[in-house]
Write a protein that binds this ligand. Structure first.
Ligand code: SAM
Length: 267
């Protein structure tokens, strides 16, 4: 059963026996009063805990924003897989997208994201990220005020999008594939995303390597993650390496490091 962790550390509801509804839905088609209040509170807590205060250096955020800027191009169509509540934050690294789609298995996560996007709150870490990337607030607001699609779907299984037939120029998977139970499921999720890339498109992802403490605390062991695994997936999907950077995380009891990677499809 999906349990709500007491502390919003992992940023997800672990769903080992797959109780959550995995059918594709648009967030706007789900009546708000049917959403789970406790799940909403969990994702609000996660957003406040990690994406509210000042930006902490040495946690990998600079490298992720840089990878998005350097390899993300100027996407006509951007889809963010396992978006959680954070797509607007990562949008700071993405150069002038024309269309944005945020996807997550849990509608409550997208509900929190959509409400935050619709508001005008600009937390300190957003201001810090704007300063780091040199992006202007008006440029940020351009992306914020655009219409976005919010899709409830399982991003670890083969997927298609009813709103996009010709593929995405940019697919981001930030903290997504590492939620897979093991390397086979990781490979399946990677292949599913790679299949949706338009010619010349970019797939950019981040895999967080958990500490032993966190593995034991939450019970999700993704120590199978490695640059070699991602490289194997990319090779199978005929994608070209743009970047694969391991980044050490200082002083975090739950995460030891992360891998920031970017791959591209040929024209
Ligand atoms: C670790 S958070 C990462 C969120 C965000 N990308 C970020 O950078 O903060 C993981 C997110 O994946 C979502 N999730 C978990 N399993 C999923 C699945 N099978 N398909 C899509 N999203 C999933 C969770 O609901 C959660 O919002």
């Amino acid at each position: 059963m999906s349990e709500i962790p007491l502390e919003a550390i992992g940023g997800w509801l672990k769903d080992e026996d797959s109780r959550l509804d995995r059918t594709f839905r648009r967030l706007g088609d789900i009546p708000t009063d049917t959403l789970n209040r406790e799940y909403i509170a969990y994702f609000e807590d996660y957003r406040h805990r990690y994406f509210n205060d000042r930006l902490l250096p040495g946690q990998g955020v600079e490298e992720i924003l840089q990878a998005l800027r350097q390899h993300g191009g100027t996407p006509r169509r951007w889809i963010d897989l396992s978006a959680g509540v954070t797509t607007l934050f990562w949008s700071i690294g993405v150069n002038r997208p024309d269309a944005v789609c945020a996807c997550d298995l849990v509608p409550e996560a997208l509900h929190v994201l959509a409400a935050f996007k619709a508001g005008s709150e600009l937390p300190q870490c957003y201001r810090d990220a704007l300063a780091i990337t040199g992006k202007s607030e008006s440029e940020f607001n351009r992306t914020r005020s655009m219409h976005w699609d919010f899709h409830v779907m399982d991003c670890l299984k083969p997927w298609t999008s009813p709103t996009e037939r010709s593929g995405y120029d940019l697919i981001t998977a930030i903290g997504c594939f590492g939620l897979a139970r093991g390397p086979k499921d990781y490979e399946e999720a990677f292949a599913a995303a790679a299949k949706q890339l338009a010619p010349g498109g970019r797939l950019i992802g981040v895999d967080w390597i958990r500490s032993q403490t966190f593995i034991e605390k939450e019970g999700h062991d993704n120590s199978y993650l490695s640059s070699a695994l991602t490289a194997r997936c990319a090779w199978r999907a005929a994608l070209t390496l743009l970047e694969a950077s391991p980044v050490a995380i200082a002083d975090d009891p739950y995460y030891d490091s992360l891998i920031v990677w970017a791959y591209g499809r040929g024209e």
